[in-house]
Design a binder for this molecule. Structure first.
Ligand code: TPP
Ligand code: MG
Length: 681
């Protein structure tokens, strides 16, 4: 390698030499920042610095002045442990400064341990391996849908004017060995190939090293063959050869399938004595190694060395990028004034939520809330063109079939379909939904059985961390599922979902509450939501939407009150609200209040005053009823009250029979309440 001890004549160097030196500067920053923080991961960033630098320097399309520009290329560092690589590039772009790098991994810095979505230039929070890959698939899906949505609009004339579409960009993912070992990456890759997400480009940093040693201890997969089987375009290159890298990126852009560039690389490339050494994965290099490496790379020993020459060389494209963004903004502004495209662009670019109608439901009818979800989806989707999603192969059970019929499947040869046939891929579905939501312009929904929410849980958590508006439809929400037996009967799931911070769990009592909860989930732009819905019919409440909406928006409300001070307050969710109503009828010699609590999280955020109005602090018997574990309900039932629930697995039998056996019958509950009241005397 040619070394440069003096950069005073930097301008005379060839581009190749300048690039090589800039990459060495990145490596210096990575080594210094991890050493300074006394933690972090130098080895990986040094192995894929060549790719990442060339991508940002020569290919990535972005607005140098606005990290939120809607049509920017997306870049996802799926191996989030390599965060210092991304921070170095953001420093090169001018979006971070050297002090940020010095504060790597410190409290409230712009450079946390793993990339976090709040940082300008970071598209999503990564670190849990595999999920960044899947979120990239989601972003590529969002892009393809939006591109085709605008394309199919009658007012559309952008192509003639502009030569391309309003939303028309690439999604790049940098993935490590650990990313591809995670099944969520492979599940989403399989779907990306099937759906033909051609603007997705993955660089796989195949350095054959991971935390515990060489990858061949645990992996002998032929990823080239796997990805060819997934119908991807596959290129295998030397990941340190700049010509090969450049050519591979250009080829990948042209491909009509998703692309993976398998870059054979060397861990800790460029270090004095540690090339290929897996111990560089997660520990700072020693001072001696750093100094020797800087000498080897031809750099001065300065800490956090970032010369202006390198910054200026990196920013050569910025003016051209800015003027192309300006052109985009001018044309988009013009199109915003047109009758049809205008409103569409405000939905797809500004995330404007159009007005929505509620479906009609007949009071007294027995209707499963999953059916009510389907009817609401059909109604909302008429006015909300960016509401897209589907089911993980439970379409008939999730009642998304009518939506699929009306708006057809998103397919390789017709990417304007709004229904996404996810297949039996719950975790990829949830992670992709996060990517879609974070892309912007899309409200994604995804359905499966509540019992399988466990398969999605890591992505639900990551949705909550990232404030992503995703809507999860979880049907078959209790043992009332019946005959399928204990494997299909959720027990702990409802409360387990409620333990995720910044995540709204809705368990509506009837069809109308379902529609209202769905709307609230769409309005909450910063909070993911789950709608827990019944398989079995539940009576439609007699109250109208206006009346119910006031209460549901507060998370819990008095559905039916008594004339005097209540002696008993029954607090129920979902299908147990109608059970509470029946129980109250048997207790008509007492003053009974019925509270419906469709969303505990929203109720907990209300004022103390409101909460006390609904569930009085006074002495009265508080009984909670939910077909799930009782843990967590004590905060409402208090020391003198009790909770009706189920703290063991269910059984295979018709739902009604199980309800009787498990005590979910008005007469049994009445008896328990009377007994309990007597015991308190
Ligand atoms: C789901 C998940 N499991 C485990 C980890 C901990 N972890 C961080 S990096 C890593 C593997 C590192 O290997 P590789 O992906 O090849 O990265 P490299 O060492 O090449 O930088 C592991 C197990 C994680 N971040 N996410
Ligand atoms: Mg590796």
């Amino acid at each position: 390698m040619k070394t440069f001890n003096n950069i005073s004549n930097f301008n005379d160097w060839s581009k190749k030499e300048k690039d090589q030196y800039s990459i060495s500067v990145i490596k210096g920053l990575v080594m210094d920042a991890t050493r300074h923080a006394n933690s972090g991961h130098p080895g990986g960033p040094m192995s894929c610095a060549d790719f990442a630098y060339l991508l940002y320097r020569d290919h990535l399309n972005f607005d140098p002045n606005n990290s939120e520009w809607a049509n920017r290329d997306r870049f996802i560092l799926s191996g989030g442990h390599m965060s210092m690589l991304q921070y170095s590039l953001l420093l090169f772009m001018g979006w971070l400064d050297v002090d940020d790098i010095k504060n790597f991994r410190q409290l409230e810095s712009n450079t946390p341990g793993h990339p976090e979505v709040e940082i300008p230039g970071v598209e999503c929070t990564t670190g849990p391996l595999g999920q960044g890959f899947a979120m990239g698939v989601g972003m590529a899906h969002a892009e393809a849908y939006l591109r085709n949505l605008v394309l199919s609009n009658e007012d559309y004339s952008v192509n003639e004017k502009f030569g391309r579409d309003i939303i028309d960009h690439y999604t790049y993912v940098l993935a490590s060995d650990g990313d591809l070992q995670e099944p969520v990456a492979l599940g989403s890759a399989s779907l990306a190939g099937h759906l033909g997400l051609s603007k997705l480009i993955v660089f796989y940093d195949a350095n054959s090293a991971q935390i515990s040693g060489k990858t061949d201890r645990s992996d002998s997969t032929d990823y080239s063959m796997i990805f060819k089987g997934f119908k991807w375009d596959v290129q295998e290159i030397d990941g340190h050869d700049h010509n090969q890298l450049n050519e591979a990126i250009i080829n990948a852009k042209k491909s009509n399938r998703p692309s993976i560039i398998i870059g054979r690389t060397i861990m800790a490339k460029g270090t004095a004595t540690m090339e290929g050494n897996h111990n560089t994965h997660g520990a700072p290099l020693s001072d001696e190694e750093i100094n020797a490496t800087k000498i080897k790379l031809g750099m001065p020993p300065d800490k956090f060395y970032f010369p202006n020459e390198v910054a200026n060389h990196f920013r050569k494209r910025h003016d051209a990028l800015s003027s192309s963004v300006k052109e985009w903004i001018d044309i988009t502004n013009e199109l915003r004034l047109t009758k049809k495209l205008g409103p569409l662009l405000s939905v797809c670019i500004d995330d404007y939520l159009p007005e929505m109608e509620y479906p009609e439901f007949v009071p007294g009818d027995s209707l499963a809330t999953r059916k009510a979800f389907g009817a609401t989806l059909d109604t909302f989707s008429i006015s909300v063109p960016n509401l897209i999603g589907g089911s993980a192969d439970l379409e008939p059970s999730n009642y998304t079939g009518n939506f699929a019929k009306t708006y057809f499947d998103f397919k390789i040869d017709n990417q304007s379909g709004r229904n996404i046939p996810f297949g039996v891929r719950e975790f990829p579905m949830a992670a992709m939904m996060n990517g879609m939501a974070l892309h912007g312009g899309i409200i994604p929904f995804g359905g499966t059985f509540l019992v399988f929410s466990d398969y999605e849980r890591p992505a639900l958590r990551l949705a909550a961390i990232q404030n992503a508006r995703v809507i999860h439809e979880f049907t078959h929400d209790s043992f009332y599922v019946g005959e399928d037996g204990p494997t299909h009967q959720p027990i702990e799931h409802t409360m387990a979902l409620r333990t995720i911070p910044n995540f709204n769990v809705f368990r509506p009592a009837d069809a109308k509450e379902t529609a209202i909860c769905f709307r609230i989930a769409m309005e909450n732009k910063d909070i993911p939501s789950a709608l827990l819905l019944t398989r079995q019919g539940v009576p439609v409440l007699k109250q109208d939407y206006n009346e119910l909406e006031k209460g549901v928006r507060k998370g819990a409300y008095i559905l039916k009150d008594c004339e005097d001070e209540p002696q008993i307050v029954l607090i129920a969710t979902g299908s147990e609200v109608s059970l509470a109503i029946e129980t109250a009828e048997l207790l008509n010699d007492k003053n009974v209040r019925i509270v419906s609590m469709p969303c505990m999280e929203i109720f907990d955020k209300q004022s103390d005053d409101y909460k006390a109005k609904i569930i009085p602090n006074r002495r009265c018997l508080k009984v909670t009823i939910e077909a799930g574990i009782t843990a967590g309900w004590e905060k409402y039932s208090g020391v003198n009250g009790f909770s009706i629930g189920i703290n063991h697995y269910g059984a295979s039998a018709p739902g009604k029979e199980l309800a009787n056996k498990f005590g979910f019958h008005p007469k049994i509950i009445e008896k328990r309440i009377r007994r309990h009241m007597e015991s308190l005397l």
